[in-house]
Design a protein around this ligand. Structure first.
Ligand code: ADP
Length: 667
């Protein structure tokens, strides 16, 4: 039989559930069997047990170890299902209820007291006592009232705010009774409640159970303790899964008291209250274990921070590229041959006539020749090749340029006149060297007579580049004069033209006619504005790359957190069992752990986003860039933290939710 959410629990007393009651007994077992395993490993823990408990009875179940007492209690407590027979709780056959309904019945009808009290050690006495009501979704104010009353009755008002870890064994057990009482159950099931206590505390627990029983609560207690058994109205002895003795049913006094017991004041469970409680629980779990929380937080913070930082840096770098390109697009064009080297050979460096034609146009400030040569082809060495065995060749960038190009790019050198020595008209075989390239070649200083060897011929180094102007890459380059090129074949030959700002578009049309009036199609002119389109490609590629790295970082963070969370689930099996015993559904257990992941992930995401922003600002300041970060990246940090938090908690949460309460409760 299933229950609809809006229906009330059919097993709770004093309710008009519309479900026919088959008996006035609160517990009715008829031929209940429970066996484990199969074949030759089969164990029969309970063998056709029949037992009837009337409302208001105080029953002690006694028997030697291994006789089946805990198995019986698990079945009575709906933590386990029997293999055969019938179990009616308040007249309802609970065997046929769905798992959810059994959870609800457990929460609303049954209260548990275990041998080891099963406290959440870092929570307060009041927090522990309210756990059953939390599981039920009772609003906070109601909860406080009921828990306050329960703790008062157990003489623990002064200890309400004390953390469970600081309570004595007897106090913890009294809190456990208060926890069971607070939900106003019809039946309290106690498993060796005095097993871990001294005689004084045992007496106190027995008297509290008796008091509860006098008020009408049915008490079923499993015990080895003679005093507890003697305090009960009825003793049921079980041996090898069979009831061998039963001292008889309750007196009419208890039954009368049961009829007068107050009706439970259960309100309709609120999912929002439960969710909020689960959120608060997640917070308190983390605050009670700060070292573990800090480790998890660091993992998520690094993941989310890495993501924000890499996206921020790539955005800032892309913005920087755009700025430079935009600047260049205002006053620079590049002229190339449309048909291969013939044009280049003819005009660029042979006689400089193309430059001369361009320089005559309106709006042109200066122009110059530039080409690159593969380092392997140039074979640049410090000494003549063959003079020293295994002499390393220069492996940096080799640029061929004239003075016009260097001037157009605002490059300066020491000595200052050295740039002019690269003039095409001059025809000297000379070179300028960037500071980085000088280090690369092992040149400490450049003085008169300094030379390098280019493709087997000596070339004078006439100066060192002191300011790379608009071409930062020249720091690592050797710049050869056009005449120093010898027989080398240059790649990517072009003329770079600096213009008056705003002239590039007009000059793009005028230059081909000026340079090759007979065949302007031979000349191709690119304004740098065209190159700006490249930015999008570059930014996309860069974005994809950093995206992959960041996602890998996040995955690593999630994996390490998942391992930590999984270990924590293992360590908290007792708490999970307790929550299940108090009626928490599998879904609720799953939510508790997922919420923990979400909370720590969100905290890691926020702190990671802050860390990422700081890192972006630092990198940009060091690079001289303007930090560029869209606000959505900060949100992304938070979302990434939350998602990775939830993902890392998913498997541990499933493991926790799947735990079998009957096995977990045995510890
Ligand atoms: P008691 O509580 O009286 O000590 P139990 O109810 O724990 O006894 O166990 C009764 C019998 O059932 C024992 O032989 C025990 O080994 C067996 N048993 C209990 N639970 C399981 C289980 N999950 N799997 C296999 N055997 C079990």
């Amino acid at each position: 039989m299933g229950l609809h959410r809006s229906e009330r629990c059919p097993t709770c007393r004093h309710r008009d559930s519309g479900v026919p009651m088959t008996s006035s007994a609160v517990i009715e077992l008829d031929g209940v069997t429970r066996s484990f395993g199969a074949g030759h490993t089969k164990t029969t823990a309970l063998d056709a047990i029949s037992l009837t408990v009337m409302p208001g009875e105080f029953v002690a179940i006694i028997g030697p170890s291994g006789s089946g007492k805990s198995t019986l209690l698990n079945i009575l407590g709906l933590l386990d299902r029997s293999s055969g027979g019938r179990y009616l709780l308040n007249g309802v056959d609970v065997q046929s209820l769905s798992e959810r309904d059994r959870d609800r019945v457990r929460n609303e009808t049954l209260g548990f007291v275990f041998q080891d009290s099963r406290m959440l050690l870092m929570d307060t006495a009041a927090g522990n006592a309210s756990l059953g009501l939390k599981v039920r979704g009772t609003p906070r104010v109601d909860r406080a009232t009921r828990v306050g009353a329960a703790l008062r009755r157990l003489g623990l008002t002064h200890r309400m705010g004390e953390t469970a870890i600081n309570l004595s064994g007897g106090e913890r057990q009294r809190v456990a009774i208060a926890r069971a009482m607070a939900t106003e159950p019809a039946v309290i099931l106690a498993d060796e409640p005095t097993g871990a206590l001294d005689s004084k505390n045992s007496e106190s627990i027995i008297s509290h159970l008796r008091e509860l029983n006098r008020q009408g609560v049915t008490v079923v207690v499993i015990t080895h303790d003679r005093t507890v058994a003697d305090a009960a109205d009825r003793r049921v002895e079980i041996v090898d899964g069979v009831i061998v003795a039963d001292s008889g049913a309750a007196t009419s006094k208890s039954a009368t008291a049961a009829a007068e017991a107050p009706a439970p004041q259960n309100r309709r469970p609120s999912f929002a209250v439960r969710l909020w409680d689960e959120f608060c629980d997640a917070l308190s779990v983390h605050s009670s274990k700060p070292a573990r929380a800090l480790l998890l937080l660091t993992a998520f913070m690094l993941g989310a921070g890495g993501l924000v930082c890499s996206i921020g840096i790539s955005e800032s770098a892309a913005a920087q590229v755009t700025e430079r390109l935009t600047q260049a697009s205002l006053d620079e064009v590049v002229v190339r041959s449309a048909s291969g080297t013939a044009f280049a050979d003819g005009f660029y460096y042979a006689d400089g006539s193309a430059s001369a034609a361009i320089n005559g146009l309106e709006g042109v400030r200066s122009s110059g020749f530039v080409a690159s040569v593969a380092a392997a082809e140039a074979r640049i060495t410090l000494l003549p090749s063959g003079s020293v065995p295994n002499q390393p060749a220069f492996d940096g960038s080799v640029v061929v340029a004239d003075a016009g190009y260097l001037g157009a790019q605002q490059v300066t050198a020491a000595p200052a006149h050295a740039v002019g020595l690269l003039s095409a008209d001059w025809g000297a075989r000379v070179a300028l060297i960037g500071e980085g390239a000088a280090e690369n070649l092992g040149i400490a200083s450049v003085g008169p007579g300094a030379q390098i060897w280019v493709d087997g011929s000596a070339v004078d180094i006439v100066g060192v580049i002191t300011d790379t102007g608009r071409k930062a890459a020249l720091r690592e380059a050797i710049v050869l004069s056009p005449a120093a090129l010898g027989t080398l074949t240059p790649d990517d030959v072009s003329l770079v033209v600096r213009t008056v700002p705003g002239y590039p578009a007009a000059l793009a049309e005028a230059i081909p006619l000026a340079v090759a009036p007979g065949d302007p199609a031979q000349v191709r002119v690119e304004t740098v504005a065209d190159l700006r389109n490249l930015r999008f490609g570059v930014a996309t590629d860069l974005g994809t790359l950093v995206g992959i790295v960041s996602v890998l970082l996040l995955l690593l963070a999630s994996m390490s957190s998942a391992i930590a969370m999984y270990l924590s689930v293992q360590a908290r099996s007792s708490e999970i069992a307790l929550r299940r015993a108090l009626g928490a559904s599998r879904g609720s257990v799953w939510r508790v752990f997922t919420m923990e992941g979400l909370v720590i992930g969100a905290a890691g995401g926020v702190s990671g986003a802050a860390l990422g922003v700081c890192a972006v600002v630092i990198v940009c300041v060091l690079q001289g860039w303007t930090p560029t970060l869209s606000p959505s990246v900060l949100l992304l940090g938070l979302v990434a933290g939350c998602v990775s938090g939830i993902c890392s908690a998913t498997y541990p949460a499933i493991v926790a939710a799947r735990a079998d309460p009957a096995i977990a409760i045995r510890g």
